[in-house]
Design a binder for this molecule. Structure first.
Ligand code: FEO
Length: 396
């Protein structure tokens, strides 16, 4: 991707990654991902905002030279130290030895710890400003835990542009256009929910704090580290982040997560889904936890108001893939969902007990009594599942 002027003083100098299969070695990215970086050129100084992942360092340097020619950039502002944005720091420093690295004290400690980079740094505090010339000044806002403790955001005051780090970012490489108004950005919203819920989802309270802190800013453009630059749909994106970080469901759908070795628990999950559909629930996502990647389960659970967990007992405990899914939701503090539980066993009933205990700890509302099947579910058990599905539908 070439550089692109996105405002009077800002150029996009980011890169696309369509070869990494798992972001953070955890989350599949079938649509790729972008590592966004920006170059601000004021009348006196220039500043790069955010870096790129190490294997893309040379592309970013080419972008900078395309714009600045023989001039060196003056500052590199690190809003977020995770290596998808900082991995290229050492190479950038070699290319531009005089560049001053700007971050808060935690950022600068991490830069030294990760890369051994020290010297010629500028530590900034919450509310500090950095002038780049007439009509061009940066203001820094510390926004810890969105997504790491050192995270901050940078605001170009005169143009109303917020460089927001991971916040408002999403999976999905950029396909030619950079700004939302120049593309059909619909495809990025599901990937924003999946990105948020998997990566930032645990830190809802911190996101809320950041949103409050930024609420008085006049934001004309949101420049995240991943995905499109938001110009036309800033309100929608901020509203989505607000809802997700409050753990508010986005719709009245239901996520069904099940594990099944021989199809018996699956029959119970299917019977429940049929009843939900018959009761008018239109958005039902069924995931076999042994096959669906965890990220899609987490994302759907954040989206929907209803949740059904179904699993057999395994080794006197809970079937492992479902256990992993439940733990992932608990780690992220998901709450305010209506949850139904289905379990099966052959000689020792443990699954339902474990699921009940785990869900109780999350503070979610259990709907009705758990349905338990010994051996294969008969017609009576399947009817109980349908009845539970119908009850759940009335609560959505
Ligand atoms: Fe895009 Fe938290 O790194």
């Amino acid at each position: 991707m070439k550089t692109l002027k996105i405002s009077d003083q800002v150029n996009y100098i980011g890169v696309n990654d369509r070869t990494t299969t798992k972001f953070e070695s955890l989350w599949p990215i079938p649509l790729g991902v972008s590592y966004n970086s920006y170059l601000i050129t004021g009348s006196e100084k220039s500043a790069i905002i955010d870096g790129v992942e190490v294997s893309h360092a040379l592309k970013q340097i080419d972008h900078i030279k395309d714009i600045l020619g023989d001039r060196h950039p003056d500052y590199l502002v690190i809003n977020h130290m995770e290596p998808d944005h900082s991995g290229a720091i050492s190479i950038l420093r070699q290319a531009f030895p005089e560049i001053t690295i700007v971050g808060n004290t935690q950022t600068l400690n991490m830069i030294e710890g990760f890369y051994g980079v020290t010297g010629n740094t500028l530590a900034v505090k919450d509310g500090d400003s950095l002038p780049l010339g007439d009509g061009c000044s940066l203001k820094f806002f510390l926004t810890p835990m969105v997504h790491w403790p050192e995270t901050m955001m940078t605001y170009l005051e005169e143009e109303g542009i917020l460089f927001s780090g991971d916040a408002f970012g999403c999976f999905g490489a950029l396909n030619g256009a950079v700004i939302d108004s120049d593309m059909n950005a619909d495809r990025y919203f599901p990937e924003m929910i999946r990105y948020y819920s998997c990566i930032v989802g645990k830190y809802g309270a911190f996101v809320q704090r950041a949103l409050k802190k930024l609420s008085s800013l006049n934001i004309g453009m949101l420049c995240s580290t991943h995905g499109p630059v938001w110009k036309e749909q800033t309100a929608e994106v901020i509203s989505l982040y607000d809802k997700l970080s409050r753990y508010e469901p986005l719709d009245n759908g239901v996520t069904i997560v099940y594990g099944s070795m021989y199809g018996n628990t699956e029959s119970m999950a299917e019977a429940t889904a049929e009843a939900l559909a018959a009761a008018g629930v239109k958005d039902i996502a069924i995931h076999n936890a042994s096959f669906t990647d965890l990220s899609y389960i987490i994302s759907d659970a954040f989206t929907h108001k209803g949740l059904v967990i179904a699993a057999p007992t395994y080794s006197d405990g809970l079937f492992p893939p479902v256990k992993a899914a439940l733990e992932a939701l608990a780690v992220r503090g998901l709450k305010d969902r209506s949850v139904a539980i289905l379990g099966s066993h052959t000689w020792a009933q443990q699954a339902v007990k474990v699921m009940g205990r785990q869900l109780e700890e999350t503070g979610m509302t259990l709907v009705g009594d758990p349905i338990v099947s010994r051996h294969a579910p008969g017609a009576d058990i399947l009817e109980q599942c349908r009845s539970l599905g119908h009850t759940l539908a009335t609560l959505l």
